[in-house]
Design a protein around this ligand. Structure first.
Ligand code: ZN
Ligand code: ZN
Length: 97
């Protein structure tokens, strides 16, 4: 911002507005850019296991309990794919048909 009177650089006044060394001042709201307010950090809580446990044998460690959930893959008229995640070793596999 330059002074409309003398053309030199105006400095921000305490409070609001700009002030030049020549005495000319311009009032107005100096809006400080508030960045970083919009956080799109609503991520998926992956660490929280809220999945139901079911009886399934893990092919990796032989554990007999696994978390299970269904994923609707392609078209909605197709059956959902069932996934399992070993409670013990976190090995994940899909249901074999
Ligand atoms: Zn000035
Ligand atoms: Zn396992």
């Amino acid at each position: 911002m330059f002074c409309k009177k003398c053309g030199s650089i105006m400095l921000p006044k305490s409070g609001k507005g700009l002030e030049c060394s020549c005495g000319y001042s311009e009032s107005g709201n100096i809006k400080l850019k508030e960045s970083g307010k919009n956080h799109d950090m609503i991520g998926i809580a992956e660490d929280k296991e809220v999945l139901p446990l079911t009886d399934a044998i893990c092919e990796k460690c032989g554990h007999t309990s696994a978390y299970t959930w269904e994923v609707q893959t392609r078209a909605s008229d197709e059956p959902a794919t069932r996934f399992y995640k070993c409670e013990k070793c976190k090995h994940t596999w899909r249901e074999y048909k």
